[in-house]
Design a protein around this ligand. Structure first.
Ligand code: ADP
Ligand code: MG
Ligand code: ZN
Length: 474
């Protein structure tokens, strides 16, 4: 096994974040809705209708390609990919074939050990989704199938990588980085549970150091990044065993079965489709004018890599903190918004609060800034974390909540001095030790003050005031 390596290329489909479908005005919010309630004559392939290209879908597709450093074609062509299947009422899918709108991009992925790996993007093209077949309802198998066309005609981009990936962890890192970039650019929401990001994995094996690629299998039905990793590991072992026992890997499409943790043959090359692609006569070539492309490029928001760099340089965060903060766009957005209201030296406290609060999801910047300000004097960072869920749920201001709950730290020196005096009087042995120069004895006096104050005394001030009191001969 150790003499072999995997060669992997991924084909990823992502749903573009449009309100309507690629060639008609039907809504794209059909996931989970009543079946066939987001349909019209165009997306159900009725005779005599014509597709009209959705401009927003094109904008988002181009922005995704720009964010992935792709070259954009001046002219691209929509093509018909012909095949019959019950989820495809026109019996062809409108896609792009010979002239996709973009090619030759790159994506830098970060591996667990912090190393970077660049995966080249072969091409990105625009296409429409098919409908969805239902073979079961709940756990009950049907003796017939149902079809839901809500998804049919939804705008997708297909992102095809070069075969640059060599281990399953790199595939995972690539998908994670791709998802981040697409979400940041606004092109796709990439909600995996709604099927907004789907991946097919091509994998072959070869002896390490060999130049030629082996014969590949394409694995479908991978609905999570974890499935992709597991399927690649399984498929690697399967192919190496075939090669080691003198056999030949056949080029075929295989399906991943997550319960059985194995891939199964679906169709071989002999049965592979001839899609008879040809340019769609109903759609004119798509022209991208340089000024329009430039405006799209200017409209791209800050991407994850640039943002990570800024968090480490401008706000002095560790690269680990920057990495975790940027992995969710809304968290990074909230960090930057909140920092506008705070001083640069608050960055670390804010990052800590965000990163160490379980299941952190942001509140508005003014309240977030107020909470961080409170941790300077009024409450400890731990208290702030404890308070966070209630703060989010109640919509109250941090100050109000701290007052209502009586959590405020006491920093009033008059009050603190009284507690210190009482603590020294109640612990004569420790007080005497302290006066005699045993500094460790201060711990039990601080403890006594904390008890008297029900944990609210400002510990820094208490320490200072005890020393003052002892030096003054109390
Ligand atoms: P197809 O048109 O049949 O889908 P492509 O040549 O477009 O084939 O390749 C599809 C994907 O398969 C790409 O991501 C590519 O990187 C990958 N790929 C191609 N050849 C190999 C191989 N020998 N081993 C692993 N992956 C491969
Ligand atoms: Mg393919
Ligand atoms: Zn429609």
């Amino acid at each position: 096994m150790a003499e072999y390596e995997m060669v992997i290329g991924l084909e990823v489909h992502c749903q573009l974040a449009t309100k309507t479908k690629l060639f008609c005005g039907c809504a794209t919010d059909g996931f989970g809705a009543v079946a066939n309630t987001r349909v019209c004559p165009v997306c159900t392939g009725q005779p005599g209708v014509l597709p009209v290209l959705n401009k927003r879908a094109v904008e988002l597709a181009f922005q995704a390609a720009l964010a992935l450093d792709c070259k954009l074609a001046d002219v691209s062509i929509f093509a018909r990919k012909n095949y019959f299947y019950p989820d495809l009422p026109k019996a062809y899918q409108i896609s792009q074939y010979e002239q996709p709108f973009s090619q030759h991009g790159r994506l830098e992925c970060r591996l667990k050990d912090g190393a970077a790996k660049v995966v080249r993007i072969h091409r990105i093209h625009l296409e429409e989704d098919a409908g969805k077949l239902l073979h079961a309802i709940g756990s009950e198998e049907l003796d017939h199938s149902l079809v839901d066309f809500n998804r049919g005609g939804t705008p997708l981009i297909e992102i095809v990588s070069e075969p640059d990936i060599r281990v399953s962890d790199e595939a995972y890192a690539y998908l994670t980085a791709l998802r981040e970039v697409l979400i940041y650019s606004g092109a796709s929401r990439c909600d995996l549970e709604k099927g907004e990001m789907r991946c097919d994995a091509n994998i072959s094996v070869r002896l390490k150091g060999a130049e030629k690629f082996g014969t590949r299998a394409e694995i479908k039905n991978l609905n999570s990044f974890k499935n992709v990793k597991d399927a690649l590991e399984y498929e690697f072992r399967r192919q190496v065993e075939i090669v080691e026992s003198g056999g030949k890997v056949v080029q075929e499409t295989r399906l991943w079965n997550a319960e059985k943790m194995a891939t199964f043959s679906m169709r071989s090359k002999e049965e592979a489709h001839d899609y008879r692609y040809f340019p769609d006569p109903d759609l004119v070539p798509l022209e991208a004018k340089p000024a329009w492309v430039a405006a799209l490029k200017a409209g791209l928001p800050e991407l994850p890599a640039a943002r990570r760099a800024r968090l480490t340089s401008e706000f002095r965060l560790s690269s680990y903190d920057a990495e975790v903060l940027t992995s969710k766009k809304e968290v990074a957005d909230s960090f930057l918004e909140t920092m506008k209201l705070l001083a640069p030296e608050d960055a670390k406290a804010l990052a800590n609060l965000m990163l160490n609060t379980a299941d952190f999801s942001p509140i508005d910047a003014p309240r977030m800034a107020e909470l961080v300000t409170l941790t300077r004097r009024v409450i400890t960072v731990n208290k702030a974390k404890e308070l966070y869920p209630e703060l989010r749920a109640s919509g109250k201001s941090p100050k109000t909540l701290v007052e209502e709950k009586g959590l405020a730290q006491v920093s009033d020196e008059g009050q603190l001095r009284e507690w210190v005096k009482a603590a020294l009087a109640a612990n004569p042995q420790a007080a005497a030790d302290l006066r005699g120069g045993k500094e460790r004895a201060i711990g039990s006096i601080v403890g006594a003050v904390m008890k008297l104050s029900k944990g609210k005394a400002n510990p820094g001030l208490v320490n200072k005031l005890i020393k003052e009191a002892v030096n003054a001969g109390a």
